[in-house]
Design a protein. Structure first.
Lengths: 326, 257
């Protein structure tokens, strides 16, 4: 009956030695078949949350249920229902891809005959048939990630945890992995809990997004809902040589309040949304002002992160790294 | 799935891993036999010491490669486990229904297979070099069983260190320490012929002495039940204690619920 349940957590807290609170009272509810994106910078508490939900780390306090089972009291049942690809593709460089899959299937109690079929099926699914009998040490980062995903799927889990699955991958590998994750959710009904620090990944894949910062969920909703919280799009005009920014600014401000733009440009948040764009172009043209560029910026998840935390996601990551180095 | 099946899967992986690391195979075969050749050639006059228990120093010293091979087992078992911890592979295993005990025993199963092959090789080298087993063919079988048991015991010690420290470097640091322990035993001379009091005392309290003496007794004495009893006893004690410690360290490391 595990399929009827997703992931639930209430007041999940995890502290470490030195009174470090990595996760500070997280509440979560992920519906079956949903792709939930857990977005945040390095050190925000994403991986610690995944470790607790996958039973690898007991919470300091709070409760959680995964696939209908308690993460503290029913660890083995949780583990049998989930698949997980953790932050680093944890593979044995001396084993081949096929050997990895057979070992994983064997440890999950899959019969010898089925193991062979299942391993082949998964290798085909992640596009590793040609490299199946090569040692993993010679795989590229993308191949390792795909094998990692295949291993997580070996025992046909109903819930899949992916901890930063595309970090360090090239665009092509990233896109292939996104396609497979989306297919798993849409066609196989697998619930996916995906942590990422890539805005576009959460935007492209997730049905709902939770934004985590310093161990707290600061915003949650569908990407569209979150962006709508930020509101209207902005438009930025960069005057061509000869045009005065003041003149551009005077016209633009008729259509919305000024916002921070680039050094050379003038940006405003559109009062009536995208429909103002045509009016701006007409007004600028009427004044004979020439532009080098005119760009419309739809609100992004980074804007949401900025609005909720006061920092951009990229800046937050750098800040966390600086803290770690210090 | 039975614990035995799990042990089998982990042991199989351990054997495959070892077979794909030439250094893990070549060194345990080459170094002990090279040291056997050099030492027995250099120290052969020691057989003229009154009371020396054998006319052949090669036969007397043949127990050494079995113990040194077992020390290599410590390093192999430990570094393999440490690598699994560092790479996160242990977490992957922790997410399967694998029992903690099966992980340790399976890892040691792989070590036992390698040790068995090593021990057969050392014995064959000794026999080819002219050593005659005083305990006969059965003694040879017992010798291999005892030496494999010693390798398992040292392997468990390596597994404990790996699980406690999570560092391959720390495990490798253990090797020279154990090697010093080997030199401070009755490896080169029978304890009653060691003239330095402090050395004799250390060798007497050093369990490695009894492991060596048990193995040696099968080669040069025949069936010395006391020496064999002490060797099997210390091997079992060391293996048992190291397994308990390794299991405890695994519980600490695997915080899964």
């Amino acid at each position: 009956m595990a399929q009827a349940h997703g992931i639930e957590a209430e007041g999940l807290v995890r502290t470490f030695k030195g009174d470090i609170t990595a996760v500070d009272g997280i509440d979560l509810s992920v519906e079956p078949g949903e792709i939930y994106g857990f977005l945040g910078p390095n050190g925000a508490g994403k991986s610690t949350t995944v470790h607790m939900l996958t039973t690898l780390l007991p919470p300091t306090s709070g409760t959680g249920r995964v696939a209908g089972f308690d993460i503290v009291k029913e660890g083995p049942k949780v583990r049998s229902a989930i698949g997980a690809a953790l932050q680093e593709a944890a593979l044995d460089n001396l084993l081949t891809g096929r050997e990895h899959l057979r070992l994983q299937c064997a440890l999950h109690g899959i019969s010898r005959a089925e193991r062979k079929v299942r391993a082949q099926e998964l290798l085909e699914r992640v596009g590793l048939t040609l490299a199946a009998d090569r040692k993993v040490g010679g795989y590229s980062g993308g191949m390792k990630r795909r094998l990692d995903l295949a291993l997580a799927l070996a025992h046909r889990p109903t819930i899949l945890f992916l901890d930063e699955p595309t970090t360090g991958l090239d665009v092509q590998s990233r896109s292939a992995l996104w396609g497979e994750v989306a297919r798993l959710a849409r066609e196989d009904g697998v619930t996916v809990f995906l942590t990422t620090q890539y805005l576009e990944e959460a935007d492209a894949l997730a049905d709902r997004v939770g934004i985590i910062d310093h161990g707290h969920i600061v915003a949650e909703g569908t990407p569209a809902e979150l962006k709508a919280q930020i509101g209207r799009p902005t438009v930025e005009a960069i005057p061509a040589d000869g045009a005065t920014p003041e003149a551009v600014s005077r016209i633009m401000e008729q259509f919305g309040e000024p916002t921070g733009g680039s050094a050379k440009g003038v940006a405003v948040r559109l009062e009536h949304g995208v429909q103002d764009l045509a009016g701006i172009v007409r007004a600028l043209d009427a004044e004979g002002i020439k532009l080098e560029n005119l760009a419309l910026h739809a609100p992004s998840l980074d804007d949401v992160f900025l609005a909720k935390t006061g920092r951009s996601l990229e800046g937050a990551a750098e800040e966390e790294e600086a803290e770690v180095e210090a | 799935m039975s614990a035995l099946a799990q042990v089998g899967y982990v042991a199989r992986r351990s054997i495959v891993r070892t077979s794909r690391q030439p250094a893990n195979i070549i060194f345990p075969f080459v170094f002990p036999t090279a040291l056997l050749a050099v030492t027995s050639a250099g120290l052969s006059p020691a057989t003229r010491i009154p009371g020396f228990p054998s006319k052949s120093f090669l036969a007397f010293f043949l127990a050494f490669p079995f113990i040194q091979g077992a020390l290599f087992a410590t390093m192999n078992a430990g570094t393999d486990l440490a690598r699994d911890i560092q790479s996160g592979f242990l977490n992957r295993l922790a997410l399967t229904p694998l029992r903690g005990g099966a992980l340790i025993v399976g890892q040691l199963g792989g070590i036992a297979v390698l040790a068995f092959v090593q021990n057969c090789y050392y014995l064959t080298v000794g026999l080819i070099a002219g050593v005659r087993l005083e305990s006969g063919i059965v003694g040879g079988i017992v010798l291999i069983i005892l030496a494999t048991g010693v390798a398992i015991a040292f392997g468990a010690l390596g597994a404990f260190f790996a699980l406690r420290t999570g560092s391959g470097e720390a495990v490798q640091g253990l090797f020279p320490l154990l090697f010093v322990g080997l030199f401070l035993s009755s490896m080169n001379l029978p304890r009653n012929l060691i003239e330095q009091d402090w050395f004799r005392t250390v060798a007497t309290f050093n369990p490695i002495s009894y492991l060596i003496e048990g193995l040696r007794s099968l080669i040069i004495t025949g069936w010395n039940w006391e020496a064999l009893g002490l060797a099997f006893g210390f091997a079992a004690l060391l293996a048992g204690a190291a397994m308990v410690l390794a299991n405890w360290a695994l519980q600490l490391r695997l915080t899964r619920t």
